[in-house]
Write a protein of this length. Structure first.
Length: 261
């Protein structure tokens, strides 16, 4: 008999965890950073999932403030790879990150002066330099980010058609997932970018402890091959991600219905 990787969500859905990236998963990839919006119907779908699963959360490199109005308050949100989060509608910031706000402000000013405002996405506790509109700019941005990281002590990270500068604090999607997944089984993560690889690593850690896990890669022309290679399931774009989430919902609802009958 062929094993369906979604079967674990029919075992005990009240103990299941579902963790999702935002860009490229819940939204399409936008030409400009501030144009990404959640897909029609996806917010309601997340609320339905949260009603039958143990925990549903969005783990993103976006600031919480960007996601606040799009992601329903029933859903936990982790922003900036764990430097900030929203729980029960209340925003929180990792206090160790606060001292880096002034450094980020300075870097935003320098980057804007060097490359223009359209390239720079200020996130409060970090910043992202985008080259989607001008791929030839990538080497210069990478060199500049590396130089600034060495000068300021910030961490230089490659991302999707961009480079990021973060406080040197051990926080990523993997650490966020491990914290949120405590006492959950099964646990799934849906992502589309290099930043989601640490979350897949977090699932590897849960595997060691006997937790059923599921890695889902959302494919696109920009999806890194390594993410697809690490995945248990590959779906086609945000539409494929939505279809998968509806399948998980159906599994969980069926199990909940059986338990009540």
């Amino acid at each position: 008999m062929t094993h369906d990787p979604l079967d674990p969500f029919g075992w005990a859905p009240e103990r299941a965890g579902l963790f999702l990236d935002f860009d490229g998963v819940l939204s399409g990839i936008a030409a400009e950073p501030d144009e990404a919006v959640i897909r029609d119907g996806m917010a309601d779908l997340l609320v339905e999932l949260s009603g039958v699963l143990g925990r549903v959360a969005v783990i993103s490199g976006r600031p919480v403030r960007y996601l606040d109005d799009m992601v329903p308050t029933e859903i936990d949100v982790v922003g900036l790879y764990g430097l900030e989060w929203r729980h029960c509608g209340v925003r929180h910031t990792l206090h160790q990150a606060e001292p880096y706000r002034s450094a980020v402000r300075e870097l935003v000013e320098l980057a804007t002066e060097a490359f223009g405002a359209a390239i720079v996405e200020a996130k409060g506790l970090s910043l992202t330099l985008h080259y989607r509109s001008d791929p030839d700019l990538a080497p210069r941005l990478s060199e500049w980010a590396a130089e600034q990281a060495e000068r300021t002590g910030m961490e230089h990270r490659p991302a999707k058609r961009s480079f990021e500068l973060h406080p040197p604090i051990r926080r990523d999607k993997g650490t966020a997932l491990i914290e949120l997944a405590e006492d959950l089984d099964p646990v799934a993560c849906v992502g589309d970018d290099l930043g989601d690889l640490p979350a897949f690593d977090g699932l590897d850690e849960l595997d060691v402890h006997g937790v059923a896990t599921l890695r889902v890669a959302v494919d696109s022309a920009e999806a890194p091959p390594i993410l697809r290679n690490r995945a248990d399931i590959v779906v086609d774009g945000p539409a494929g991600a939505e279809e998968l989430l509806r399948s998980i919902l159906a599994q969980a609802q069926a199990a909940t219905g059986r338990a009540r009958s």
